[in-house]
Design a protein around this ligand. Structure first.
Ligand SMILES: [Zn+2]
Length: 316
């Protein structure tokens, strides 16, 4: 896109005493951003900076840069908000961006699951922001265009309005730490997760522990795909797909493949997640002394992201 990208002055004011008067106009454009010195750029607050972009770094070759929870993305593409078997929800967030491989996997999953698994279609929630980077809310990861959240609620038969997509209520299939809501959970949910895990591009899938437990009970035959399904907090109404670093993406920092000792993670690992261990921090003992006031950490700046993200920020 050739039009200069507008970025609110608030962004700069928030992180930059140093620029001051130079940024007192109501908006700045990409040229103004490009005119900043390296030192000035590096001090920009990363969350605000990256969430201000409405377009991808389209002039750069597509690539994920850095780690899932610390990076950015070049050459991102948008998942169309409507497809033959998916709809993007919460459009106001503008988080339906990812690396081409992620868009490809979601489209393939949507159409195959509809054709073969009895899954009506995907409700696609957060992927990444147009240039990736840390989000102002909601996630630590999703920064490099290789993560996507898919809801456990099947897509309705009709095309939803923008307002409906904004206000849609999730279906919490795992309302407690120990069990599923059997009025919501269906075998099609299990088939959908199995299909997702079957794609070689998919490295991990995060779900709440009782969902993994259900899959371990359900799966027959070759159960090796279960290894990719990882019990984790906060995934009771959606699952999270994480792709491995694509071949040739040299600045993508890989995460080791999942290799549970029992081949599936249905044994010890699941038992740990179904126990109290991981959840202990939920019940904090009462404080005896009032806690000392802690200085909030300084906001994450562009300098804390991989060096290549500097080019992503200034690219047209
Ligand atoms: Zn997620």
């Amino acid at each position: 896109m050739k039009r200069p990208l507008l970025i609110a002055t608030a962004l700069l004011a928030a992180g930059l005493g140093i620029i001051g008067a130079a940024w007192s106009q109501s908006v700045v454009d990409m040229r103004a951003l490009a005119a900043l010195s390296d030192a000035e750029l590096m001090k920009l607050p990363a969350k605000k900076l990256f969430s201000s972009f409405t377009t991808p770094a389209a002039s750069m070759k597509s690539r994920p840069i850095g780690f899932y929870a610390k990076g950015c993305q070049a050459g991102a593409v948008a998942l169309p908000i409507d497809g033959p078997a998916w709809q993007v929800i919460r459009l106001s967030r503008n988080r339906n961006w990812g690396q081409p491989v992620l868009v490809d996997v979601i489209e393939r999953l949507a159409t195959e699951a509809k054709a073969k698994d009895g899954w009506n279609g995907l409700l696609v929630a957060d992927m990444s922001m147009p240039r990736g980077g840390p989000m102002p809310s909601g996630h630590a990861s999703h920064q490099i265009g290789l993560d996507a959240d898919i809801w456990f609620k099947p897509m309705p038969d009709r095309r939803m309005t923008a307002k409906e997509r904004e206000n849609i209520k999730p279906e919490v299939v795992a309302p407690t730490r120990h069990g599923l809501d059997k009025s919501l959970w269906t075998e099609a949910h299990a088939r959908l997760l199995k299909r997702t895990a079957s794609y070689p591009e998919v490295e991990r899938i995060f779900v709440n522990p009782p969902i993994k437990a259900e899959l371990c009970k359900w799966a027959t035959g070759d159960r090796s795909w279960l290894a990719k399904v990882r019990p984790y907090f906060n995934h009771n109404y959606h699952f999270h797909i994480r792709l491995r670093c694509p071949a040739g993406a040299n600045n993508c920092k890989p995460q080791p493949s999942v290799r549970p000792a029992d081949g599936t993670g249905c044994g010890k690992e699941l038992a740990y997640w179904m126990g109290n261990g991981p959840w202990k921090s939920e019940k904090k003992p009462p404080e005896k002394k009032p806690p000392k006031p802690v200085k909030p950490p300084p906001p994450l700046t562009l300098a804390s992201l991989p060096a290549e993200c500097r080019a992503v920020v200034t690219a047209e």
